[in-house]
Design a protein around this ligand. Structure first.
Ligand code: FAD
Length: 466
């Protein structure tokens, strides 16, 4: 057992919280979306919450934690879904939210501290420069920039820009290592992939440089279709129209919209599936022309309602907010994360809908992936047993649709991040005692781990780049 009294003495002057109820609160994320993780992680709790105000504080924290052998798990907004920021081995929960300064805003890019809340950053970017982040998670209101880079994948804006995995969507990261004398390292180019989506297992991100796009007064739109596949085909057609500028394009199958989108209910028609879109104001004319041609039922547009008071943003109907809205009203619901590789993604969606429709409600997010339109899915699943959930995963994989399993808390089993010899060597360099977010990287815990398990990863390994 580490000497926590000595640790606290070393950290004098830095904010420390050890009230058990507050530490417990800061030791969780949205792991409970998964009935499997809920069972596995419910008891996970840290020992202390430590809040550095700047990089100098952070270096002191890491140096002291290293000396006392105390694990450190970084936490931004705590909105991750797979226990990413939950301290499996106890120790310090490192609250990054006080490191939230904006360092520089320039045409096309911003430099900010990792703990800044994404919506705050976007608000300041818009006010000061008429720009915004290229894309953000649907949790922008509570998630941090560093947490997004370390734990997220893409989101609102990925229909135009792709995800975090695309070269150019993160420009630079500054990290502090977990060593006797912590070092500050700047990463760019391919090296960014060492740290992006690595759950804070190989360095604490202090500063992030991101590319920007022009900010628009995006119009939220909902288009209804009586048939789910008609909605999917409309969305696919719209996604291919390079002249129409979009920020979000999701399809949610009936009965979810009418049942779960309570604030939008007055605008919706029971039994319809919906396409949720964010359209640039100057693209509304051509967008409406396409809706008319494809016989869509335009149910809602934010620029025509009397007041948006009490009505959430369209993006808070998409991504994992769709799941959240379902879970609020129906606790038996969980979800999967599916990739439908193109160019036949629509056929794959149709096939999987046929094969699993009795257990699932369709939810697709159209995105750009390797330069082409594709859709990823977050289907709602009516949960019965672990075995049936595994069977649903197998049915998707047998039909050419990889699953990024949200019912696993390790990097490798989640399936988004591939670890390999380069990744492991970097961890040895930055975290030689394995104190950063222990338990999340199988390759570290198990030296016999087979990197070549043949899975398809969203953030591929680094060995191939060398
Ligand atoms: P946290 O949950 O606090 O942390 C995430 C991971 O990053 C953890 O492993 C943590 O240890 C690590 N970390 C945090 N800060 C640092 C740091 N400074 N240095 C090193 N490591 C760090 N994700 C998407 O990608 N797109 C979406 O659209 C999306 N929608 C969501 C909707 C809902 C309703 C929910 C509940 C989740 C959603 N997510 C989505 C997941 C999550 O909200 C995002 O990935 C979010 O960006 C995480 O940010 P955070 O600050 O909450 O990170």
């Amino acid at each position: 057992m580490p000497d926590y009294d000595a640790l606290k003495r070393d950290l004098e002057g830095i904010a420390i919280e050890d009230n058990p109820a507050l530490v417990r609160q800061k030791s969780r994320d949205f792991y409970w979306y998964s009935p499997v993780l809920k069972e596995e992680l419910d008891k996970v709790v840290g020992d202390l919450v430590v809040t550095p105000k700047n990089e100098a504080d952070l270096i002191r924290v890491l140096k002291a934690a290293y000396a006392h052998g105390v694990p450190v798990t970084a936490r931004g907004g705590g909105t991750g879904n797979y226990g990413q920021c939950m301290p499996l081995s106890g120790g310090i929960v490192l609250n990054m939210l006080a490191m939230n300064a904006i360092r520089e805003i320039a045409p096309g890019r911003v430099v900010a501290e990792a703990g800044i809340i994404i919506a705050d950053l976007d608000r300041q970017l818009r006010a000061q420069s008429g720009q915004e982040l290229r894309f953000h998670p649907s949790t922008a209101g509570t998630a941090s920039l560093g947490g997004f880079v370390a734990g997220g994948s893409g989101g609102v804006g990925s229909i135009h820009w792709g995800g975090l995995r695309e070269l150019g969507n993160i420009l630079r990261l500054r990290i502090v290592t977990m060593e006797a004398e912590p070092r500050v390292i700047d990463l760019d180019g391919w090296d960014l992939q060492k740290v992006s989506h690595a759950y804070g297992t190989n360095g604490i991100i202090t500063e992030v440089e991101m590319p920007l796009a022009p900010a628009y007064d995006w119009v939220d739109v909902i288009v209804g279709y009586d048939d789910y596949m008609d909605a999917v085909r409309f969305a696919d057609n719209l996604a291919q129209r390079d002249g129409i500028l979009l920020k979000e394009l999701a399809v949610v199958a009936a009965p979810a919209p009418f049942s779960y989108f309570t604030r939008h209910k007055p605008f919706l028609k029971e039994g319809q599936s919906v396409v949720v879109v964010m359209v640039a104001p100057h693209s509304m004319g051509p967008f409406e022309a396409l809706v008319a041609q494809r016989k869509g039922d335009l149910r809602f547009r934010s620029d025509r309602v009397e007041s948006m008071k009490g009505i959430p943003h369209a993006y808070e109907l998409g991504w994992n907010h769709t799941t959240l809205r379902a879970l609020k009203l129906d606790t038996d619901i969980t979800y999967l994360q599916v990739q439908y590789p193109g160019p036949d993604h629509v056929e794959k969606v149709e096939r999987l809908q046929r094969l699993t429709g009795a257990d699932t409600i369709g939810h697709l997010e159209f995105i750009r992936f390797n330069g082409a339109v594709q859709c990823s899915g977050l289907p709602l699943v009516r949960y019965t047993t672990k075995e049936r959930l595994e069977e649903l995963i197998r049915i998707h994989e047998d039909n050419g649709c990889p699953i990024f399993n949200p019912h696993r808390y390790t990097l490798e089993e989640g399936g988004m991040k591939q670890t390999d010899a380069v990744q492991l060597a970097f961890k040895r360099e930055t975290d030689p005692k394995g104190l950063l977010n222990p338990g999340k990287m199988i390759a570290w815990e198990n030296p016999d781990f087979d990197f070549t398990a043949g899975k398809n990863y969203l953030f591929p390994g680094l060995a191939a780049l060398e």
